[in-house]
Design a protein around this ligand. Structure first.
Ligand code: ZN
Length: 391
């Protein structure tokens, strides 16, 4: 038998349920309470109306939000790229080729080393409020190394993405067509049982539109749903391909034409913005304002990876999105919670309403606005996942 807990004395509660509180997309309730029973939320509203529960937690006038949903990370890897970052910050530009360094280190690592590294970064993310995360393969690029990355990831999350098409494997540098055949053939067969999603880096120096279409279509035939690394470093076909194939998300969206924005606004594909990548490569920011004003659903994620965005901090990404991408604090918080859930086609996380998973965070601040207002400050003071306090 599960026991119920009321978390009360919440100054600001973000529900992401517009039928609650102030009726905004965040569904903000002031002087609020949440009741959790087992792994689910069973009640939210004003504290004065909260039903009785077995246990009581006093939030002390702090803000409570849904746990962050980080819908884009690359956490099965070994080694680091400190030297590359240092060189880039000394004036060299970033290209897709640096991935090869991590591929070599990842292939050389044992399963135990890869899993220990993954767990370390998941714990780091959890302490910063991430309660749901997606992660990808893409640093193995052989049948055996891609499938083991996915097996390891699947022990830690349901949101596992096969990214054999991260770059053309160095083993096939002279014959990209042969590598695409491998990614859509033997490697796909070995990887599909361990993944929910298939992804491709559609970019100059990685995979073009025709190759990306072949890879995503093959994955879909094996029951994997598409998502796409699209339009990160240059204009290209990725975003419109993502919408055409009903991808859950087009990720990066830094270089967009008006036709790309129109396609996103007219489809079911979420635009996932990853400002850690632009920050860490000193690149041009994606224009979140343009997407939001066009009616596109926007998610905000870390892209945590050792090359182009080595941050596991969603709060940091929220601060960047507000400061440099034209998002309001409310929009950035929504995109990092409900938006991330939409990018994973989930309705059980990213919101705090009856029936939702009891994944929530308590900030050492009275309002969610402080996530952008106080950048770099470790405000996440409690993390609850599936109804259990973990931080
Ligand atoms: Zn990525």
């Amino acid at each position: 038998m599960s026991s119920s807990t009321v978390i009360t004395n919440i100054a600001t509660l973000v529900t992401n349920d517009p039928s609650q509180g102030d009726g905004s997309p965040l569904g903000l309730v002031r002087d609020a309470a949440v009741v959790v029973d087992g792994d689910r939320v069973v009640w939210t509203g004003e504290a004065s109306e909260a039903p009785a529960a077995d246990d009581r937690v006093d939030a002390g006038g702090r803000a409570v939000l849904p746990g962050f949903v980080d819908s884009h990370s690359h956490l099965v890897f070994a080694g680091d790229r400190t030297q590359e970052f240092n060189a880039r910050m000394s004036g060299r530009s970033y290209t897709a080729g640096g991935i090869r360094t991590t591929v070599a280190a990842t292939r050389a690592a044992s399963d135990a080393e890869l899993e220990a590294n993954l767990t370390r970064y998941l714990d780091e993310a959890l302490r910063q409020g991430t309660t749901t995360f997606e992660t990808k393969s893409g640093y193995g690029l052989t049948v055996a190394d891609e499938s083991r990355a996915l097996r390891i990831a699947a022990r830690h999350t349901d949101e596992v993405t096969y990214l054999g098409a991260h770059i053309v494997s160095p083993d096939h540098a002279d014959d990209p067509a042969a590598y695409v055949a491998l990614v859509t053939g033997e490697m796909l067969d070995a990887c599909a049982p361990h993944a929910r999603w298939i992804d491709v880096f559609c970019e100059k120096g990685a995979f073009d539109g025709d190759q990306a279409r072949a890879i995503l279509t093959a994955g879909r035939a094996k029951g994997l749903h598409p998502r796409v690394h699209a339009n990160q470093l240059s204009y290209g076909p990725g975003v419109q391909l993502a919408v055409e194939l009903d991808a859950a998300s087009a990720d990066h969206c830094t270089h967009l034409t008006d036709a790309d924005v129109d396609a996103l606004a007219g489809g079911n594909t979420v635009a996932t913005l990853l400002p850690g990548a632009e920050f860490s490569t000193r690149a041009e920011w994606p224009d979140a304002r343009r997407l939001l004003d066009a009616g596109v659903t926007v998610a905000l994620s870390t892209d945590c990876n050792p090359g182009s965005s080595f941050t596991s901090s969603v709060p940091f990404c929220i601060a960047l999105a507000v400061r440099d991408m034209g998002m309001t604090p409310d929009e950035a918080v929504w995109s990092a919670t409900a938006g991330g859930a939409a990018a994973l086609r989930r309705t059980d996380v990213g919101r705090l309403a009856p029936g939702a998973r009891a994944d929530l965070i308590v900030l050492d601040a009275p309002s969610h606005v402080h996530l952008a207002y106080r950048p770099g400050v470790p405000l996440v003071t409690q993390v609850w996942r599936r109804g259990e306090r973990e931080v």
